[in-house]
Design a protein around this ligand. Structure first.
Ligand SMILES: *[C@@H]1O[C@H](CO)[C@@H](O)[C@H](O)[C@H]1NC(C)=O
Ligand SMILES: *[C@@H]1O[C@H](CO)[C@@H](O)[C@H](O)[C@H]1NC(C)=O
Ligand SMILES: *[C@@H]1O[C@H](CO)[C@@H](O)[C@H](O)[C@H]1NC(C)=O
Ligand SMILES: *[C@@H]1O[C@H](CO)[C@@H](O)[C@H](O)[C@H]1NC(C)=O
Ligand SMILES: *[C@@H]1O[C@H](CO)[C@@H](O)[C@H](O)[C@H]1NC(C)=O
Ligand SMILES: *[C@@H]1O[C@H](CO)[C@@H](O)[C@H](O)[C@H]1NC(C)=O
Ligand SMILES: *[C@@H]1O[C@H](CO)[C@@H](O)[C@H](O)[C@H]1NC(C)=O
Ligand SMILES: *[C@@H]1O[C@H](CO)[C@@H](O)[C@H](O)[C@H]1NC(C)=O
Ligand SMILES: *[C@@H]1O[C@H](CO)[C@@H](O)[C@H](O)[C@H]1NC(C)=O
Length: 415
């Protein structure tokens, strides 16, 4: 048990910190305030894979498992002015921190920073001494106040040259009245696993305000729609709006992954005959869409390349450059509001939602007239057929009338 003095204008002048018993693998942290009431509760597991440069010009990769004995110097519960944080020291060469900030209704788990000292030759044998290097995650998790965040699945953040893996997370910052909440927010990955392979929830009876857990198959949530645009100089040359869901069936249970545009970066390029859109986030090293022109008249999606990490930490690398999706005339855009399935390989498909894309001939940064996919067509097809039928009928009547009139007229003349 240790004593820390913190500046806090309010109730707490002193905050006691103590580290709860660390179990063999899980890290467990129970920070308490001066009255001994819990103000931050965390239980989780993590490990890291670090690749570093060695003095003989080769790269070396090591795994860092988190040992039983770690210190958490600098961790604090925060108060009305300051956010909370957890700081973990793993040996003398590695440290790890996470910050928590709150507002009136929720708190954010953010700014995960992993730092490692390459001068430490015990941890990094043969390393070029580059001093302390830092890897910072952009991932954020938003959790309502008085709710515990849970994630049993492995979350993998690959920020070269460090791969971070977290699992078995039970975490609540800004604990109210010293009681860890029974209301939980379950991470997206656990929800998907629950959907596909129903898991028995160990939640005890919850207060009436919590969201209900539907026991039977809850539908997989649709992915959020993202806007992606690529510029060439100052002019927009490629536009894409779409919700993307990846379906990987390498394992018995398909792994469904919704791409969150908020945490996804994108780049790309435009050329006369090809255009490229490349997405990337902590889990996806790259997901590339490559468009091509055919017969100088139409464009289509020709190629998809993906390199991403699976839940178990292994990577997939799949390419197909012989596709033929999203075919439309140059100078127009391609649109498909219904869910569309792009089979890239036997084990990898992309489900698109509310798709609109224009990889060539974008003018004024706006989409041109859209060619809509046949999936969307059924609603407008019937009025067109009825309309076409009706106008056809009218034309027939008019022609018949005109012919009739001419005949009568001609008849009178001859008589
Ligand atoms: C790191 O964690 C992952 C996920 O639980 C596990 O598969 C892997 O074996 C671990 N690696 C090490 C070196 O402990
Ligand atoms: C943590 O704090 C304790 C006591 O203040 C100190 O002895 C120890 O060296 C610190 N550990 C690290 C890794 O800074
Ligand atoms: C985390 O919070 C501490 C103090 O609250 C701040 O000094 C630090 O800059 C924050 N870290 C990041 C990465 O934002
Ligand atoms: C380079 O250094 C690493 C780490 O010291 C060692 O394992 C490896 O065998 C060395 N390779 C060569 C070619 O010397
Ligand atoms: C904490 O205690 C205060 C005062 O007793 C009460 O108003 C508030 O609802 C409690 N909050 C929770 C989350 O139990
Ligand atoms: C995407 O762009 C369209 C058109 O500019 C806009 O209406 C829509 O709100 C945008 N969506 C997002 C998620 O930013
Ligand atoms: C994922 O792919 C598998 C195999 O192609 C298919 O059976 C399953 O319905 C797909 N799931 C979704 C949500 O697209
Ligand atoms: C992860 O899963 C894939 C697909 O089932 C498998 O090929 C790979 O060997 C697994 N990797 C690990 C480290 O378990
Ligand atoms: C992925 O596959 C592509 C082409 O098949 C290859 O060029 C690339 O080197 C591979 N990347 C990795 C990391 O294996």
């Amino acid at each position: 048990m240790r004593l820390l003095s913190l500046h806090s204008g309010m109730k707490l002048a002193l905050i006691f910190l103590f580290l709860g018993a660390i179990q063999s693998n899980a890290l467990k942290l129970n920070l308490t305030d001066s009255k001994g009431t819990t103000c931050l509760y965390a239980e989780w597991e993590m490990n890291f894979t670090v690749t570093y440069e060695t003095t003989n010009q080769t790269n070396k990769t090591i795994n860092i498992a988190v040992p039983d004995k770690v210190t958490h110097n600098g961790s604090s519960c925060g108060d009305d002015q300051n956010g909370a944080k957890i700081m973990i020291q793993i040996g003398s060469a590695v440290s790890w921190t996470v910050n928590f900030t709150k507002n009136a209704s929720y708190y954010l788990i953010e700014n995960i920073v992993f730092s490692y000292n390459t001068n430490d030759s015990t941890t990094f044998p043969g390393a070029v001494a580059k001093g302390v290097l830092i890897v910072k995650d952009t991932e954020k998790f938003q959790v309502p106040l008085d709710v515990i965040f849970k994630c049993n699945s492995v979350l993998t953040f690959n920020l070269a040259p460090v791969v971070q893996r977290y699992w078995g997370i039970h975490l609540q910052a800004f604990v109210q009245n010293g009681t860890v909440s029974k209301n939980e927010k379950v991470c997206e990955k656990d929800q998907i696993l629950t959907t596909l392979a129903p898991v028995i929830h160990t939640t005890t009876t919850l207060p009436s305000t919590t969201t209900k857990l539907t026991p039977t198959s809850t539908p997989i949530p649709s992915p959020p729609v993202g806007n992606y645009s690529i510029t060439n100089g100052n002019t927009t040359c490629l536009l894409a709006t779409m919700g993307l869901q990846l379906n990987i069936t390498e394992e018995k249970v398909p792994f469904i992954f919704n791409i969150d545009p908020a945490t996804t970066n994108f780049t790309g390029s435009c050329h006369p005959q090809t255009a490229q859109l490349r997405l990337n986030n902590s889990q996806i090293k790259y997901l590339e869409f490559i468009f091509a022109v055919k017969n100088e008249k139409r464009f289509y999606l020709k190629e998809v390349n993906v390199n991403m990490y699976l839940a178990n930490g292994s990577a997939i690398n799949i390419s197909n450059n012989n596709l033929s999706f999203w075919d439309a005339p140059l100078g127009s855009s391609y649109m498909c509001n219904k869910e569309q399935v792009l089979a890239v390989s036997r084990t990898f498909q992309i489900n698109t939602f509310n798709l609109k894309v224009q990889p060539f001939n974008v003018t004024k940064g706006e989409y041109s007239t859209a060619q809509e996919c046949s999936l969307d067509d059924d609603t407008i097809l019937i009025p067109i057929i009825v309309g076409a039928g009706l106008s056809g009928l009218i034309i027939v009547i008019v022609i018949a009338y005109l012919i009739g009139r001419r005949k009568t007229y001609a008849g009178y003349q001859t008589l």
